[in-house]
Design a protein around this ligand. Sequence first.
Ligand code: COA
Length: 157
Amino acid sequence: MLPPKSPEESKAEMTVRMFPSNANPAGNVFGGEILKQIDLIAGLVAQRHSRTNAVTASIDRVNFLRPVFVGNALILNARLTYAHRSSMEIEITVEAEDLMTGKRTLTNTAYVTSVALGSDGKTVEVPPLKPETEDDKRRFAEGEQRMLQRLKERKKS
Ligand SMILES: CC(C)(COP(=O)(O)OP(=O)(O)OC[C@H]1O[C@@H](n2cnc3c(N)ncnc32)[C@H](O)[C@@H]1OP(=O)(O)O)[C@@H](O)C(=O)NCCC(=O)NCCS
């Protein structure tokens, strides 16, 4: 078995400024642009944890709570919440920062499942996740429940 790793070891923060090419003519940033950034940071965290090629298996329903505008900075925070054999759940929060005022607004929360692949393209084991704080432990238990729910949904389809 691989040595366990804590969520702290793979967590990431990323800040990206939004330009007109990321938005519709009214200045609202495309949902697809935000999803892309969510996917990017989730992949980074998964690779940090597993040190393998990690691919996105699923993204749970993502709600767009508030608009993001051209000129805003998008601030993404991501951490591993749960890991099974080859799959890892990453929680991502997205905030929009108005760079003129500094005001930050929560715009999205998302859960991405990444799966670790070996050089032959087959799934490989990842290090177990070792939750350390009470918060980590709560996230881990909730992540396990979501993973079981996804398994049920996969079986149905
Ligand atoms: C993700 C993928 C590797 C899973 O392959 P698979 O043959 O279905 O693998 P398995 O059924 O053996 O499942 C492997 C693991 O993935 C998990 N998994 C598979 N599909 C999943 C899904 N839709 N949601 C969440 N977890 C999933 C399984 O629960 C299992 O987890 P575990 O090893 O921790 O128990 C495969 O579907 C794939 O290559 N998809 C394309 C990925 C891609 O191109 N992403 C975009 C670019 S990054």
